[in-house]
Design a protein around this ligand. Sequence first.
Ligand SMILES: [Zn+2]
Length: 236
Amino acid sequence: MKQGPGPTIPADRSLAVFCDFDGTFSIQDVGSTLARERLAERRRQLWARFEQGEFTAWSYVVELFDGFELPQAELYRFLETIALDPGARGLVAWCAAERVPFEVLSDGFDWNLERLQEIHGVRFAFRANHLEYERDVWRIGPGAPNPACGCGTGTCKRQIIAAHRSAHPGAYCVHIGNGRVSDLCGALEADLVFAKDTLVDALRERDKAFIPFETLEDVRRVLDAGRRAGRERGAR
Ligand SMILES: [Zn+2]
């Protein structure tokens, strides 16, 4: 990937990295792949209504998945088909080595993120929506809704990043994402944004600067260079 001179991350500000999961930390989107495979017709109908503005992002998810019957063993087998971005582990390891807080912010479900960490042998902090089983049936709840935000998602990323900033004044917050629905508000709140897929156009429409990326390996490289540049500037 072509990269111009990257950003300088100020050495006197505490860096924090927030990363979307579906399609960003993972290759496939867990929820939409599952819906395409198991709930194709229902998804098609609901999506058309969502596009008409009939649902918020979260109420669409409730219509689609609350009451979804899928035995746990089957879900576990499905999750084994979800691959991580080739740079995912490297980014988590870099943040740990640099003592930079790293958190996955997901509009997916906690149950799936717990299993995916076991499957891939990688650990990360996360915020997501809640899924629990009632026999073989999904019962879901929002993780961090925010009626004051236009995103309408179950886990408003803007609110989580803003809360981090209040708790750590001067924090330099990075958001990495790919989706115009669930990542836009977090991206607008962040100091530095890495974007791909539908998030790219959404940010262009709003004149919000971002760095395009293909894999999290690109992101790690830019962050590492930016941190070095900030240290060198600070040392002069
Ligand atoms: Zn939001």
